[in-house]
Design a protein. Structure first.
Length: 388
């Protein structure tokens, strides 16, 4: 199993550097569609920009290529200038192509990804402003934590008041709390723990891990429940195989950074159980399917699910020494190389449809299609597993 450095430096990162930098209005374009057509007037999403910041910061930290530093700085400067709400704090959800806010809601998920990007930019460059912003976003997220039942509400208005429509996307249920948002608060808190030893942060990290073990995880199936009301009553029976495998390694990483040996041992065992549960989504071709919902198995192969499966099963292999996990990671990687990578136009396809055809309806790059999942997969292999 190899080729991760080549995929990262020869395909994924060059695509974003060469095709997505907006030299007319600053930052990055908002969309290249599934037919590889650039839309220079597409709105610019906070998630895309925060993930670009994280990806190129991490790439510079690991590979020391100055071009990656310049791209990360471009993302950092644009976010600071346009996405951060100078009046109420936090980051806007969406801008127009010129940088004017068009959707000012405060999605907790976005605040987490901004923190993730800022903390990684500090790790890569030592830029103190990035560390201060990461701390600011941590305090902001904690300010609006549910102090009664725990966890983090999905969304707020611009001035942090309750909001009726909390959904991240049209695909999501309109519920107060979700597994997805909690996973992507856990992840940046882990990164912040690496650079800032703070009692409040460590306490919040422990509480988040407890939320996963006590509220989100189904102890009977070891799948993660997805949607909840304010009091943590489960509101969905769907299974997301990609989120299961992603959570399996992010939870272990979250425990590991705290350095508590008993907690690490507990979560290591739990992470293997979650990885095993996720294996129900492995197809006959070695790839991982999307989800099981309302009695229906959705066999679409999404780009991010494949990327997270490679990382998740490599963590399971390292933590168990069971070679079957490494074999699963290798099979998914083979599928990615043969079916997900666009060797002609660069980057990866959004997905392969159930019939095996390429999904052209969804973006090649856009609001949700970012270099973070596949870029991070490559960097995890290089940095933590020594696989080139």
């Amino acid at each position: 199993m190899n080729g991760f450095r080549k995929e990262l430096t020869g395909n994924i990162l060059p695509f974003w550097i060469n095709k997505m930098q907006d030299d007319h209005n600053g930052g990055f374009y908002g969309q290249i569609d599934g037919n590889n057509i650039l839309n220079p007037r597409a709105n610019k999403g906070a998630i895309l920009n925060a993930r670009i910041l994280w990806t190129f910061s991490s790439a510079y930290r690991i590979l020391k290529d100055e071009e990656y530093q310049k791209t990360a700085q471009r993302a950092f400067d644009y976010i600071v200038a346009y996405f951060i709400d100078k009046e109420y704090g936090g980051a806007f959800w969406e801008l127009d192509y010129k940088g004017n806010p068009v959707n000012t809601k405060k999605q907790t998920y976005v605040q987490g990804f901004m923190l993730y990007g800022f903390s990684e930019y500090f790790r890569a460059t030592g830029e103190q402003k990035a560390l201060e912003l990461a701390k600011d976003f941590f305090y902001l997220i904690e300010k609006y934590r549910d102090k009664v039942t725990g966890g983090y509400p999905e969304a707020f208005t611009r001035d942090w008041q309750p909001i009726e429509d909390m959904r991240l996307s049209d695909k999501d249920d309109n519920e107060v709390k979700t597994m997805n948002t909690h996973l992507h608060i856990l992840e940046p808190y882990t990164n912040l723990c690496r650079i800032w030893k703070d009692p409040q942060l460590e306490s919040a990290q422990r509480q988040l891990i407890d939320v996963f073990t006590d509220k989100i995880l189904d102890s009977n199936t070891n799948h993660l429940n997805l949607f909840f009301d304010e009091d943590w009553n489960i509101k969905s029976t769907a299974v997301s195989y990609g989120h299961d495998i992603e959570a399996s390694w992010l939870l272990f990483e979250a425990a590991e950074v705290l350095g508590d040996k008993a907690l690490i041992a507990e979560i290591k065992d739990l992470s293997l159980k979650i990885a095993d549960a996720a294996s129900g989504g492995i197809g006959v071709d070695g790839s991982m399917i999307y989800e099981y919902k309302n009695g229906h198995m959705d066999t679409e192969r999404h780009w991010w699910v494949q990327a997270e499966a490679v990382v998740g099963y490599m963590y399971a292999y390292r933590n168990s020494k069971n070679a079957i996990y490494k074999e699963r990671a290798s099979q998914v990687w083979s599928y990615i190389q043969s079916r997900m990578v666009d060797n002609e136009n660069g980057e990866w396809y959004w997905s392969r449809l159930p019939d095996g055809s390429i999904n052209r309806k969804d973006d090649k790059a856009g609001f949700w299609k970012c270099p973070y999942h596949n870029g991070r997969m490559c960097m995890e292999m290089l940095e933590h597993f020594g696989i080139d």
